[in-house]
Design a protein around this ligand. Structure first.
Ligand SMILES: Nc1ncnc2c1ncn2[C@@H]1O[C@H](COP(=O)(O)OP(=O)(O)OP(=O)(O)O)[C@@H](O)[C@H]1O
Length: 642
């Protein structure tokens, strides 16, 4: 920025003399920027004095064409210029917007000054490029791509010596010069703060342009203080769906030590410690509040997302929908659980499609994969939210009580019963959702009763009383193979088909591809806004581990780790783990793996890993590898023949 101490009048007079008489640009007291600009003006063949020979002003269709090309710039600038004009009104000044060629596109000024300005062609359609009018704030700011103030006789052309002008460049999201904002006035109206005012206004326009042009991208607004977000001093970075930096304002680049050359070639992961997915997940949970972001260089900022809602963005896969409004969209309960695993997401999508269609859902998965949380989320996104969600753990109830617990009983139905009777859990769920967890553990006799209730859609309380019509969404869950239980005679086949309107398999944690995001998300939920990170080798160990207890185990491990942190710790490391987990974790990481020598070996290694992860379950391994089961068999046979 050039807001220089003005060249003392006498030195300036002498310098101008050397300029006009000897054609010399450099003189004592003339700073480098001014000398460069005078030199460019000389080289353009302009004479500082006498008649001006420059191109005609653009008028009519030619001006309209130029204005159309700068339509975005003009429309985002007009409101800011209006505001700026209010600040300088009655100071013999005008506010000017020029396009990247230096042609004036829009002006707003005091009437008394406008007529003088007309005389020197400070009017729409005139070019104020240096090549046309020599040193002037607009042309010189364009040539130097920085804020510039040109006062009085510093103007190259003598005829412009009555002016004082301050100009600032406006850059596009791609780092190109999009235009110049300028305040010009009579020399006597100079104010030392004018350049600062113009610079700030130019950045406001720039931010507005970046936001508009990147509206289909993820736009990160960030600042060292949460309160700085939304201010003119905020950094803006736009990322593509797959995490590449595709646009920015100058402030955003400067805060991260980047330049425009880094656009299109810098990934989120090179800039920030936490993975984009994980950070988006935390943001979703924060309800749009700014969250901490630690850069790879160790600085801490606060960030918030603008543009396409964080709920609909997924790394590496197409967005499921585009938000119609630029405001962040609040995630629903199911989206809040989604941390990027495609199998989990497929189950959630299927469930969403059948909700409200009176189809019972059977949620399958190992213990601790989050079946109950999934069921609760389904209830929350269904039209039955607001009505009861009643969960019954069929394995935890004493067999003698399941019946009364589920179906209720009439007053005095049995010894020890409450005198007023009980409606039973089924009826408590009336209008809402009934979640029967561990349904595979239900005794056979009760299965028969439950089947009757489901078929007849009414409950008959124990000990008599009128049957009551039942209106519930039925969700059942089990970690067992019900098909096997049926074949072994432990589970009624007819009940199995009745509760299995749609089976949804939730993946085990070791099969999930979003462990990093899950870990970050759990940490964020346990210690909100603390920006806690994980030691990289520990993260790797968590990835390699089997997690027999699934999400329940992971959650507990991280909960303990967070509790063990001292106030000085900002990273979770090995020291924060329970002792009995350290050995198995280290064992998994230490296992030597010889790097694959070629594609065939690489593929065999991936297959072996998938089979190990799934404990030899070929169907699950094929799913994990993203290939058909038959293909996996073929590869295994080919591998055996090698
Ligand atoms: N998406 C998740 N994010 C973080 N923690 C989770 C998530 N899902 C589950 N958990 C953790 O795992 C625990 C077990 O979840 P949940 O009870 O839903 O699993 P489940 O599959 O129903 O287990 P079980 O079969 O043993 O009943 C939760 O209490 C929570 O601590």
């Amino acid at each position: 920025m050039r807001s220089h101490p003005l060249v003392p009048a006498q030195q300036l007079r002498q310098a101008r003399q050397r300029l006009t008489e000897q054609g010399l640009a450099a003189s004592p007291g003339v700073d480098a920027l001014l000398a460069r600009s005078w030199q460019r003006s000389l080289t353009a063949g302009l004479s500082p004095i006498g008649r001006l020979h420059c191109q005609d002003n653009l008028v009519g269709p030619a001006l309209q064409r130029s204005r159309a090309l700068s339509h975005e710039l003009i429309s985002h600038s007009e409101p800011v210029m209006e505001h700026l004009f209010e600040q300088v009104r009655h100071s013999h000044s005008m506010v000017i917007l020029a396009d990247p060629q230096g042609v004036l596109m829009h002006t707003r000024g005091d009437l008394d000054f406008l007529s003088k300005a007309e005389r020197v062609a400070l009017t729409c359609g005139a070019s104020w490029a240096e090549s046309q009018r020599g040193t002037n704030a607009i042309g010189t700011a364009l040539a130097e791509a920085q804020e510039v103030e040109i006062h009085g006789a510093e103007h190259y052309l003598e005829r412009n010596g009555f002016l004082t002008c301050a100009a600032a460049p406006i850059f596009s999201a791609q780092g190109q010069l999009a235009g110049i904002l300028d305040i010009s006035g009579e020399q006597r109206s100079r104010h030392p703060h004018t350049l600062g005012l113009v610079g700030t206004a130019a950045r406001m326009i720039e931010n507005s342009l970046v936001m508009a042009s990147c509206r289909h991208q993820l736009v990160l607004q960030f600042h060292a203080k949460a309160e700085g977000i939304g201010s003119v001093a905020q950094g803006l970075l736009a990322f593509s769906e797959d995490g590449w930096l595709v646009g920015a304002n100058r402030r955003g680049l400067a805060l991260l030590g980047l330049g425009a050359v880094d656009l299109q070639r810098t990934a989120w992961a090179q800039l920030f410690e936490r993975a984009l997915q994980a950070w988006l997940g935390s943001l979703r949970q924060s309800g749009g509040r700014p969250l901490q972001l630690r850069t790879q260089r160790g600085e801490v900022f606060y960030g918030q997302l603008q543009g396409r809602g964080p709920t609909v963005v997924t790394m590496g896969s197409a967005p499921t929908a585009r938000a119609a409004s630029p405001e962040p969209v609040r995630a629903d309960a199911l989206q809040r659980l989604d941390s990027g695993d495609l199998r989990w997401r497929a189950a959630a999508d299927k469930a969403r499609r059948v909700l409200g269609k009176d189809i019972p859902l059977l949620i399958l998965g190992e213990s601790g994969v989050g079946k109950e949380l999934f069921a609760k989320a389904l209830h929350e996104v269904s039209t039955r939210r607001g009505k009861p969600f009643v969960a019954v753990n069929c394995a935890a109830l004493p067999e003698s009580l399941i019946e009364s617990e589920l179906f209720g009983y009439a007053p005095g139905a049995f010894t020890g019963a409450r005198s007023q009777g009980s409606p039973g859990r089924l009826r408590e769920a009336q209008g809402g959702t009934l979640f029967l967890d561990e349904i595979g553990d239900m005794p056979l006799a009760l299965q028969t009763r439950l089947l009757r209730v489901l078929q007849e859609r009414e409950v008959q309380p124990l000990g008599g009383g009128a049957p009551v019509a039942l209106d519930v969404q039925l969700l059942c869950a089990t970690h067992q193979s019900l098909a096997q239980a049926v074949s072994e005679g432990r589970f009624r086949a007819d009940l199995y088909y009745r509760i299995n309107g749609l089976a949804l398999q939730l993946p085990a944690l070791r099969e999930r591809t979003d462990l990093d995001a899950l870990v970050d998300r759990v940490i964020e939920s346990l210690a909100p806004d603390q920006g806690l990170a994980l030691e990289p080798d520990l993260r790797e160990a968590l990835r390699a581990y089997d997690w027999p207890g699934n999400l329940r185990q992971l959650h507990q491990v991280l909960r303990t780790a967070v509790a063990l942190l001292t106030p000085q710790d900002s990273r979770i490391g090995w020291a924060h783990l329970p002792d009995d987990l350290v050995a198995p974790l280290q064992q998994r990481v230490a296992r030597p793996v010889r790097p694959a020598q070629n594609l065939r070996e690489l593929s065999q290694q991936a297959i072996a890993q998938a089979l190990e992860n799934t404990r030899g379950n070929v169907s699950a391994a094929a799913r994990q590898l993203g290939i058909a089961r038959q293909t996996l068999y073929r590869r295994l046979q080919a591998g055996a023949a090698d």
